[in-house]
Design a protein around this ligand. Structure first.
Ligand SMILES: [Zn+2]
Length: 257
C-alpha cells in the first residue's frame, strides 16, 4: 500500500528521464468540468451511459450531439488550471534531458490548451468529429478538428461523402481504444522511470493496468487523487498524495504558485 504523505516535498526531477503522467477527470475538476453533470445537472449518469453507448448508434446520434454540444460548450468556457500548467512546465524543464509523455482519459482538450505537447487521448476528443462511415471504404474522410456546436436538431452530415452522418470522435461505451494509441502508450511505459496517476479512479481498463506495467519496469509510481483508491488499485503505487490536483502537482514539481 502507498504511504499517504503528510508533508509534500518536491520531487528530485533531475533523477528522471522518462516520465509518464496519466490524467483523468480529477485534473479538470479544478477547471469546473464535471464528468457527468452539465450546467444545472442536465445529464444524469444513467442517461449518459445510454446515450454514449455505441450499441445505440445511429439512433442515439441526436442525443449524442446534444450531449457533446454541452461538453464542447463547457470545455470551451473552462480554462486549464495549475495542474495542467504544471505538466507543461515539467515538459519544458526536461527538454534536452528527458521526456514527459502525457496520457489522458479526458476529452476536454485542456492539456492541449495548456500547451502540453504530445498528449495521447485514450478516449478521443470532444473537439474532433468523424464520419460514421469513415472506417469503411464508403467514405475516405479522416477525423477532423471541430469546435462547432452543430446547433440544429438535425444530425450533421459528412462533408466528404455527403451521405453518412457525423459523430463525435470519442470512444463510446462498447468501443475499443485505438491500437496505435495503446501501442504508443505501451512504448512510453516500457522505458518509464517515473509514473504519476492524477485524478483518475484507476478502475477503467486499460488505464488501470498502466501503473502495473510501470511498476514492472522499475518506475517510481505516484498517485495524486482527491480520495484514496480501492486497495486493489492503490497497492501498485509507492506513494499517494491526496488533494486537489491543482494544489498537489505544482507542489510536487516544485513550481512556485
Ligand atoms: Zn463520410
Amino acid at each position: 500500500m502507498p504511504t499517504p504523505s503528510a508533508s509534500l516535498l518536491p520531487l528530485d526531477l533531475a533523477s528522471y528521464r522518462h516520465v509518464v503522467v496519466l490524467t483523468g477527470a480529477g485534473i479538470s475538476a479544478g477547471s469546473g468540468l464535471s464528468t457527468y453533470r452539465g450546467p444545472g445537472g442536465l445529464w444524469e449518469k444513467a442517461e449518459i451511459a445510454r446515450i454514449a453507448d455505441a450499441r445505440n448508434l445511429p439512433g442515439s446520434l441526436p442525443e449524442l450531439w446534444r450531449l457533446y454540444r454541452t461538453r464542447r460548450t463547457q470545455a470551451l468556457a473552462a480554462t486549464p488550471n495549475a495542474a495542467h500548467q504544471a505538466i507543461t512546465d515539467l515538459q519544458t524543464r526536461l527538454v534536452g534531458r528527458g521526456q514527459v509523455a502525457v496520457v489522458t482519459q479526458n476529452v476536454d482538450g485542456l492539456h492541449q490548451r495548456a500547451r502540453t505537447s504530445g498528449v495521447w487521448e485514450l478516449h478521443g476528443s470532444a473537439f474532433r468529429t468523424r464520419c460514421l462511415r469513415a472506417d469503411s471504404r464508403e467514405c475516405p474522410s479522416e477525423p477532423f478538428a471541430d469546435t462547432s456546436l452543430h446547433e440544429t436538431e438535425d444530425v450533421p452530415v459528412c462533408p466528404v461523402c455527403r451521405q453518412a452522418t457525423l459523430r463525435p470522435d470519442v470512444v463510446l461505451f462498447g468501443e475499443s481504444l485505438l491500437p496505435q494509441t495503446l501501442e504508443a502508450v505501451g512504448d512510453a511505459l516500457s522505458t518509464c522511470d517515473l509514473f504519476l496517476s492524477v485524478g483518475t479512479s484507476g478502475q477503467v481498463w486499460p488505464a488501470a493496468r498502466f501503473v502495473e506495467v510501470a511498476k514492472t519496469v522499475g518506475a517510481r509510481t505516484i498517485l495524486v487523487n482527491l480520495d484514496p483508491l480501492p486497495a486493489g488499485v492503490a497497492v501498485h503505487f509507492d506513494e499517494a498524495y491526496y488533494g486537489r490536483a491543482e494544489d498537489v502537482l505544482p507542489a510536487l514539481f516544485g513550481v512556485a504558485l
